[in-house]
Structures are given as C-alpha cells and as structure tokens.
Design a protein around this ligand. Structure first.
Ligand SMILES: Cc1cc2nc3c(=O)[nH]c(=O)nc-3n(C[C@H](O)[C@H](O)[C@H](O)COP(=O)(O)OP(=O)(O)OC[C@H]3O[C@@H](n4cnc5c(N)ncnc54)[C@H](O)[C@@H]3O)c2cc1C
Length: 287
C-alpha cells in the first residue's frame, strides 16, 4: 500500500532471490522481519494492524532454503519446506514417519501447504506441533548470517525460555539437519479439543534408537522440552504398573500451567495415560 488511510498501513516487502542477498539485507537492517508462509505472522494482523507496519523479508524466493535433501548420514530439511512437501515425500514417510504424522496434524491442507518447518521453529510456540518430532529425532538447527557464517545448534538446546531462543537478529534458519538412524519405536500424539484444527493441549513425541530414548512434550512448559527424567526411568526398566506410577517422574520434568486451553492437572494426567497405554504394547516392564 502506498498511502496511509483509516485502517491502512504501509508495508515494505523485500524479495531477495539468493540466500547471500537475503543475509545482506538482514545484516543492513536487523529490524527487518523474515516471513516464510506467513501463517503465524499474519494471524495477528486484523487485531494489531499498527504493529505490523514493518519491513518484511520474503524467504520464499530463496531456493537454498527450500527442499528435502538426503545426505549419507542425515536428512537436510530446508527451512521453508512446507508440511505438504513433507507429507508428499515417500522417503520421509519411510525414514521419518513422525514428520508426516506431525505435518498432518498442523491446521488443514491450506496451512499445511503454506506453513513451513523453519517458521514453526522460529515462532517458538510451546504448542508447536512440528518441533517435538524434530527434537525426538535429535535434529539440529543450522543458522546462517551475512558473510556465510553458519552455526549449528541442537534443537533441544535452542529454546532459552518462553518465546526466546538462540536466534540472533541478522540470523536466519537455513535448514534443519536430522541424523538418519533406525528406530525400533516411534510415535507422536497430539491431544486437542477435537481431532483436527485444534491447538494442542498436550502433545508427545517418543523415539527409541537402541537403548536411547527421546521423550519430548509440547504445551506442558514454557518451551517444548525433552524429558530426561522420564527417559532415565524408561532406560532403567523399572516396573510401571499404572499411569499413576509415571506421574512423580513426569513432575520432575514438567510443571504445566492452567491456561485458556486446559489445566495443568489435565495435562499431567493425560500425558501419563498416553505414555503408559502406548508404551505398554512395546515394553514388557510396563504392565
Ligand atoms: C488456521 C491455522 C492453524 C494452525 N494450526 C497449527 C497447528 O495445528 N500446529 C502448529 O504447530 N501450528 C499451527 N499453526 C501455526 C503455523 O501454521 C505454523 O507454526 C507454521 O509452521 C509457521 O510457518 P510459516 O512459514 O507460516 O511462518 P511465518 O508466519 O512466516 O513466520 C513465523 C515466525 O518465524 C520467523 N521465521 C520464519 N522463517 C524463518 C527462517 N527461515 N529463519 C528465521 N526466522 C524465520 C518469522 O519471522 C516469524 O517470527 C496454525 C496457523 C493457522 C493460521
């Protein structure tokens, strides 16, 4: 829009065509806001229009940021790869089925076609559905900034508090690196108010690679979290005879709050039940 008027704002959108150009634009002005699918950024537009009068950096024209690449030992998932691209990729479904399970749980087809994995990470919502499965697969986030400096951070160490993360002004998420491993157990569960189109009340991603457990929970703390106490309990193979046996350990890792979508108590008890009834079919010490 080139003229202000009632209910109108002036936006500037930068449209780089290479990653180095994008990094340079961001280095020149770190107040510029990267935008990929826009499905998180634009949610607030009708109600907080004045706050949106910014310069945006459109990432969708950058080929370096998009796509699924298979290296010998890892999957390289470009930051602007959409959920739909993941759902459509047979090899992803075979090697990393939880990526497809989570992608199918994000909004409906329209959001799955625009929303990106990098946007899900950088939006830093504790309820994000893409992040838990990436964390359960030990993904790392590759950041890039002007001058081709790149930084690799394990996703489990990326968030430092509610909506805060190790992403500095001037940095972009380039891609997500996921080690290729064989898993003998993997599942993802999203509990919401309904089966689809719901914001997560509590969610859980679990993987087991050999003796190595990863338990990741969303919507139960200020950030999405790996749960080391639960992982140790499962590793110890201590007898677990009911969902209640899991509660003391879950409380060591998580202290969920009451909010508009649920209560802390509901989140804890639901988590204990989902964990217990899912793992009981796979672990003979869970009875
Ligand atoms: C109707 C609806 C339903 C939804 N349902 C779900 C759901 O079920 N589960 C769920 O998890 N989410 C849901 N979302 C939220 C959203 O779709 C996802 O979080 C999506 O992955 C965001 O990606 P995006 O590309 O649209 O991000 P954008 O909105 O473009 O960006 C989000 C944030 O990330 C930053 N960013 C984006 N890309 C990069 C990058 N490469 N480097 C650095 N910063 C970057 C932006 O600056 C912004 O701060 C829903 C949204 C809507 C509107």
């Amino acid at each position: 829009l080139d003229e202000r008027g009632p209910g109108r704002i002036v936006l500037q959108v930068l449209m780089p065509t290479t990653l180095s150009e994008a990094c340079k634009l961001l280095a020149d002005d770190s107040s510029v806001v990267p935008i990929a699918g826009g499905t998180d950024i634009m949610v607030h537009w009708p109600s907080k229009l004045n706050e949106q009068e910014r310069t945006y950096l459109d990432l969708t024209g950058l080929p370096e940021l998009n796509g699924i690449e298979w290296a010998e030992h890892e999957l390289l998932l470009g930051a602007t790869t959409t959920y739909w691209q993941t759902i459509s990729d047979r090899q992803v479904a075979t090697e990393f089925p939880l990526l497809v399970d989570a992608a199918r749980q994000v909004g409906a087809v329209q959001i799955q076609s625009r929303g990106t994995w990098g946007g899900n990470i950088a939006n830093a919502s504790p309820a994000a559905d893409g992040v838990p499965v990436l964390m359960a697969y030990d993904a790392s986030v590759e950041l890039v900034s002007d001058g081709d400096l790149s930084e690799l951070i394990p996703l489990s160490a990326f968030y430092t508090g509610y909506k805060s993360m190790r992403l500095s002004p001037g940095q972009l998420i380039h891609r997500i690196r996921i080690p290729r491993r064989s898993y003998d157990l993997q599942f993802f569960e999203k509990v919401g108010a309904r089966r689809a189109q719901a914001i997560t009340k509590v969610g859980l991603a679990v993987t087991r690679h050999g003796a190595q457990w990863r338990i990741v929970v969303n919507s139960a703390a200020a950030t999405i979290k790996r749960c080391p106490s639960i992982e140790r309990l499962l590793d110890s193979k201590s007898i677990i005879a009911s969902p209640g046996d899991l509660l003391p350990t879950i409380r060591q890792d998580l202290s969920p709050i009451d909010d508009i979508r649920s209560t802390g108590s509901y989140r804890l008890h639901t988590l204990s039940r989902v964990l217990y009834y899912t793992l009981r079919d796979h672990c003979d010490w869970i009875r």
